[in-house]
Design a protein around this ligand. Structure first.
Ligand SMILES: NC(=O)c1ccc[n+]([C@@H]2O[C@H](COP(=O)([O-])OP(=O)(O)OC[C@H]3O[C@@H](n4cnc5c(N)ncnc54)[C@H](O)[C@@H]3O)[C@@H](O)[C@H]2O)c1
Length: 268
């Protein structure tokens, strides 16, 4: 069996109602994984489940607010009961805030940290025992955390978001070292997408139009695309296939690594 094959693996993905989370659920399911998806947007999550069923993947969907420890406990207990194991945790759910620092309230800032960072902390703590147990009967378990190029380089109007994604990047590395030294059998890596064609990825431009910073979405997009050596934004499958690699045994000697998926955006 190829190390890229995900057959026999149970994968938990947060934020599957749309965007990168939905595409990741579909791709990992196509590669053979049993997908468990969660989202605060139940209707969107059920739509994703219908798409998973169309491609005949085994899937379970739960409502979950990733900022709530009780929700994490319930989801992990359900996975233990229904699937008996958990091999991969993908902390994908997240939000962006496109606001200048001076206009960002402390409450705005805290909300971004709760959804983007506290969720990763809570999820990893809740899943650790089951991931450790499952690693004993496989080539190892894997956690993939969604950071961003804004966890590496700064962008105007994104102080709260940059702070959150920088924290995800370093939390990933700190857990990677501890989990390896503790012989848990769990690898922890982060992915760093550049601007990607989702509601979240497009919102920087739509919000800039709203406050009059740019005349139109199209004008803003043209400006942004000039910063991409490859001349286009990311698409969701550009990101999901890298997540699939980190979820699989093909990356079994990688931990604490950050994979940038940005068409060269941060190189220049
Ligand atoms: N799109 C981009 O340009 C881009 C770039 C870099 C990183 N990312 C990161 O990738 C991840 C996915 O982004 P996306 O572009 O697919 O966004 P999206 O807005 O399309 O989807 C995000 C999903 O997260 C869910 N979510 C939000 N808050 C939640 C909560 N409290 N509990 C549970 N679910 C919640 C939403 O309902 C939604 O389904 C995010 O962590 C984001 O920061 C995206």
């Amino acid at each position: 069996m190829s190390n890229f094959d995900l057959s026999g693996k149970t994968v938990l993905i947060t934020g599957i109602a749309k965007g990168i989370g939905r595409q990741t659920a579909l791709e990992l399911s196509a590669l053979g994984a049993q997908v468990v998806g969660t989202d605060i947007d139940v209707k969107g999550a059920e739509e994703t489940q219908a798409l998973l069923r169309e491609q005949s993947g085994k899937s379970l969907v739960f409502a979950q607010d990733v900022t709530q420890a009780a929700d994490w406990k319930r989801v992990i207990e359900s996975i233990a009961k229904e699937c008996g194991r958990l091999d991969v945790l993908i902390n994908n759910a997240g939000i962006i805030l496109n606001k200048p620092f001076v206009m960002t309230s402390f409450e705005d800032y805290q909300r971004v940290q709760r959804i983007n960072v506290d969720s990763v902390w809570l999820g990893c703590q809740a899943a650790l025992p089951l991931l450790t147990e499952s690693a004993k009967t496989s080539k190892g378990s894997s956690i993939v955390n969604l950071s961003s190029v804004y966890g590496q380089v700064a962008g105007p109007m994104h102080a709260a978001y940059c702070a959150s994604k920088g924290a995800v990047r370093m939390l990933t590395k700190a857990m990677a070292v501890e989990f390896a030294r503790m012989k848990t059998g769990i690898r922890v890596n982060s992915v760093h997408p550049g601007p990607t064609n989702t509601d979240l990825g497009r919102s920087g431009l739509t919000d800039a139009v709203k406050i009059g910073l740019i005349p139109s979405y199209e004008a803003g997009l043209e400006m942004v695309l000039r910063q991409f050596p490859m001349g286009r934004m990311g698409e969701v499958d550009d990101i999901s296939s890298v997540i699939a690699f980190l979820a699989s045994d093909a990356s079994k000697f990688m931990t604490g690594t950050e994979l940038i998926i940005d068409g060269g955006f941060t190189v220049i």
